[in-house]
Design a protein around this ligand. Sequence first.
Ligand code: Q9C
Ligand code: ZN
Length: 342
Amino acid sequence: MLTFHSPDTQLRQPVSELHGGEMVSPFECPARVEIILRHLRASSLGEIRAPHAYGLDPVLAVHDRGYIDFLAGCWDAWQSAGLPGEPTPSVWPSRCMRGDRIPEHIDGKLGYYALAAETAICAGTFAAAQASKDIALAATDHVLDNATPAFGLCRPPGHHAASDQFGGYCFFNNAAIAAQHALDRGLSRVAILDVDYHHGNGTQQIFYDRDDVLFLSLHGDPLEAFPYFLGHADETGSGSGAGYNVNYPLPTGTDYPRWCQALEQAMQRIGDYRPELLIVSLGVDTYEHDPISAFKLASDDFGDYGRRLAQLGLPTVFLLEGGYAVEEIGRNVVKVLHGFES
Ligand code: Q9C
Ligand code: ZN
């Protein structure tokens, strides 16, 4: 299986994350990619390739233009405003205020375009986000052109990014951009299976009223886990998308047998949909020792679910989302990909 990777993903190097009431060094860090690369190179998975630049058109197909412009100019605007530190949202159009006017000051704009406060923007964020979606697009094109699976080593991740909001370490929704690109290439049905520990709120929002993308997510129950305000089982899609959004919220402490039961249900639903492409939003923060998550998957479980996913027999692209047990992230990712190929 080919991997797509770009050194430009490492241009995202923020220094701060709001976590537990303190500023800490971000969990979503460049070392994640380095360690995955090390394990890929030591494996028999195959070549690692760089993507070409696709530009912003595929991004505009799922994201709002004002949002993209905001991300492009945020760092400079923060500097021009003379603010110390990194651009970090701290105010919102909360439920008791208006959300229909976009502030002019960068501090207000950040709140308008953010869905949470933990994710700071740095000088290289926009460039890294572009590299990340190029990786997703190149991996998807490779799958569609060659009918062989591929892995996109995306960073920053994407599944929390909504049409006009960033957060949860995500800026461009790589999986959504890839899915829309596949449809624009002529496909009529794409399934996105999100196995990251966190609910893929952004992907859900982008395709909520559509039946050409089936979205399924296994995740920590939002009553107990980020992003807290989306991801319940009664969110099943609207309009022509009714029935095409499937959430499997699972309790804190969920172990592999229980998680796998939900996976089998999701796979049944995917099989019934008969998609022409499967995009796996591959977060390995379901791992038992992940520092910010609460499921109990062991390393060998990743190989097992990789093998199960292959039984669907679908053209499949894996796109990296979360996973913060940095020492073990490479081993766990490679186990999924190896399992899929075995
Ligand atoms: N302070 C992804 O896995 N914060 N994003 C959780 C810890 C945000 C995770 C609470 C977690 C975002 C792509
Ligand atoms: Zn996650």
